[in-house]
Write a protein that binds this ligand. Structure first.
Ligand code: TTP
Ligand code: MG
Length: 410
């Protein structure tokens, strides 16, 4: 017996984002933390909070806030150091669950993804039922809540998923999406940060609806390319498709230090550590990188960045480190610095591992790959660089290491 299922919307796009991801994993695994304000970050006054549990958020604390400030605002919060390996494991389970709903899932970071469910009503029911099923399945597999937005474009789905967090489900029907967006503040438009927000405000443009009412040419005159982009979004137009298995654009490792540093030797020491971490992650995901970027944050919080392209793509720590050291020469600032970061970008899948033997640094690569195996088998402390044993004081365990995929501010 066949049943007729009308296609409700031409495109059905879901955006799913875990609630207070790192903090929720910690609360799940440690019952003492449940129901309490929890901050994930280094157990020191330096460095920044990576996320805050929803119990902590009413105190005005959240991601990227200096730890000292967060502790001042919410002294009763429990500080928990991050355990990235565990978050990665949970992320893998979440992404596997999402993959059961559609062959077209585009992960954006460890805890969020787009899912294209167009034409899947006959399996999962209405768009709202799709959202509910995703939420239930993620909860059943992980014990954690995920917020879901459902609409006809990536942009609107993403705005929707954030709107009723935590544990939200927000459906914005494509036909009504423009009206649905209209009352929201301009800060909900992609690409509108503090500066553009202020400029828009000065022109009397406070809501997305205010922008939708303007002429496109007027917006372009005022804001150039950005104006055209804002016009499209304000009309709920976003032509981008969900891209299955889209590769990450960048991958990096930032370290906020427990003491500011200035000397080249000290900075190189941290670049070496970051290069090891990043290269291991690249090999793990079978990526190669075509670009290297170094970031230094001055003691007065100015972020300086230099980047270069490599002649040959690589997943070898030595190559990444060499490029990083080379880039150091182009920073004019004498320091001191409170953060050293290294990232690789322009990543590509390396689907034929054999080809890696063609790498210029093939000897180093096989050494590093052997170390990967040792670390996998015997744990993180199995192999340490001899010079790390010297115990550089700037790598005190309370300095925070932030390993990231597609860092939002690069
Ligand atoms: P988000 O999804 O931005 O935040 P969240 O899941 O903690 O909270 P929300 O309910 O608002 O979605 O980021 C996912 C995880 O990524 C977060 O738990 C911690 C990490 N993260 C950082 O390490 N640094 C950052 O600046 C941000 C924003 C997140
Ligand atoms: Mg999240």
């Amino acid at each position: 017996m066949s049943k007729f299922f009308p296609r409700s919307w031409p495109e059905i796009i879901l955006h799913a984002d875990m609630d207070a991801f790192y903090a929720s994993v910690e609360q799940r695994d440690n019952p003492e933390l449940r129901g309490r304000p929890v901050l994930i970050g280094p157990n020191s006054h330096r460095g920044v909070v990576l996320t805050a549990s929803y119990e902590a958020r009413p105190f005005g604390v959240g991601s990227a806030m200096p730890v000292a400030e967060a502790r001042r605002r919410c002294p009763q919060a429990v500080m928990v150091p991050p355990d990235f390996a565990r978050y990665q494991q949970v992320s893998k389970v979440v992404m596997e669950v999402l993959a059961n709903f559609s062959p077209c899932v585009e992960p954006l970071s460890l805890d969020e993804a787009f899912i294209d469910m167009s034409g899947a009503e006959h399996i999962f029911g209405s768009p709202r039922e799709m959202g509910l099923s995703v939420k239930r399945a993620v909860h059943a597999a992980t014990g954690l809540h995920i917020s879901v937005g459902v609409s006809g474009t990536k942009y609107v789905a993403k705005v929707a998923s954030a709107l009723n967090k935590p544990n939200g489900l927000t459906v914005a029907e494509p036909n009504l999406a423009q009206a649905w967006l209209a009352p929201l503040p301009v800060s909900r438009l992609w690409g509108v940060g503090r500066k553009t927000g202020l400029r828009l405000q000065r022109l009397g443009l406070n809501t997305i609806g205010d922008i939708a009412q303007l002429d496109e040419t007027e917006l372009v005159q005022q804001f150039g390319k950005m104006g055209a982009h804002l016009y499209q979004l304000a009309h709920a137009k976003d032509p981008r498709r969900v891209q299955k298995g889209r590769t990450a654009k960048s991958m990096g490792s930032d370290r906020t230090l427990s003491r500011d540093i200035s000397s080249r030797a000290d900075i190189c020491y941290h670049l070496r550590r970051a290069a090891d971490r990043v290269a291991r992650r690249l090999r793990n995901k079978m990526y190669v990188a075509h670009g290297v970027r170094v970031r230094l944050k001055t003691s007065d919080f100015k972020m300086l960045t230099r980047q270069c392209r490599l002649c040959e793509p690589t997943d070898v720590a030595k190559d990444i480190y060499d490029a990083g050291c080379h880039l150091l020469g182009s920073f004019q600032h004498p320091g001191p610095f409170r953060l050293v970061g290294l990232a690789v970008f322009d990543l590509h899948w390396q689907d034929r591992p054999a080809q890696l033997e063609l790498f210029v640094s093939s000897r180093e690569r096989s050494l590093e790959a052997t170390i990967d195996q040792l670390l996998d088998r015997f744990g993180k402390s199995a192999v340490t660089r001899a010079r790390d044993l010297a115990g550089k004081e700037t790598v005190h365990q309370d300095g925070v290491n932030l390993d990231f995929l597609d860092n939002p501010d690069t």
